[in-house]
Design a protein around this ligand. Structure first.
Ligand SMILES: [Mg+2]
Length: 242
């Protein structure tokens, strides 16, 4: 069934010429997954993370917790991202990522999810490369993957904010494409935030799928919207066939 699907659907996309690959090079299709809010969804974890961010920043800038929360809120609104906020406060990114991973135990909040493995394996059987593109630092990404019951080797590339600037920077998307040997036109990004994640992917020419578990969001940047990750293999195949 899977092979029939693969041979019937993917060759359709081979008919349109790839921009920069030589004609004798087969096209490589790939799916780039966001991690937080996409491969798992845990409001309790997000809340704990926010608390620890405030505690960590409070320690580093020697300002009490309540004032720190107010500063963080204001700067995030002004600057748009947590990364820029931390930079504006003179906080080292690596110090921040390591400290967050030491303070939080994702297994307290995030359960193993066997359907993720089967979704990734289905994509691979259909010829996709699969990458993870996370705004968390590597130490925390490693812990979260472990909590989800996924080994890193399941992914063809794991890009974290320890190596590149986080989304909405184009850097993590481009690094994922480089590592999977995939052209922008042959890639689809799957994420849960329209502006912060899908917009920068779309601006680069990468196709996009919004995961909207509640089915309530308006999307400006999605080629397709799904409410459940199990829809991703079919949705990615469809989106890339157009
Ligand atoms: Mg996300």
């Amino acid at each position: 069934m899977i092979f029939l699907y693969r041979f019937e659907v993917l060759p359709l996309t081979y008919s349109s010429a790839s921009q920069s690959k030589m004609p004798d090079q087969p096209r490589q299709f790939c799916v780039l997954f966001d991690l937080d809010g996409t491969l798992y969804d845990s409001p309790e974890y997000s809340e704990r993370l926010e608390q620890e961010i405030a505690r960590f920043v409070s320690d580093r800038i020697s300002v009490n917790l309540e004032q720190t929360k107010a500063v963080l809120q204001e700067r995030r609104r002004e600057l748009g991202t947590l990364t820029k906020t931390l930079e504006s406060l003179g906080i080292d990114r690596e110090d921040f990522f390591e400290s967050m991973a030491a303070r939080i135990e994702p297994t307290d909040y995030i359960r193993s999810n066997p359907s993720l493995r089967s979704i990734i394996e289905t994509l691979k059987k259909r010829g996709f490369k699969v990458a993870l593109v996370s705004n968390s630092g590597r130490p925390l990404v490693e812990k979260i993957l472990k909590a989800l019951g996924l080994e890193q080797s399941l992914f063809d590339a794991v890009i974290t904010s320890s190596e590149v600037r986080p989304k909405p920077s184009p850097e993590p998307f481009l690094e994922a494409l480089r590592r999977t040997n995939c052209e922008k036109v042959d890639a689809v990004y799957v994420g849960d935030r329209d502006e912060a994640e899908l917009r920068p992917a779309k601006m680069l020419g990468i196709r996009t799928i919004l995961l909207d578990r509640k089915g309530a969001s308006q999307s400006r940047w999605a080629d397709s919207v799904v409410s459940d990750l199990t829809q991703i293999p079919d949705s990615a195949t469809r989106v890339l066939a157009h």
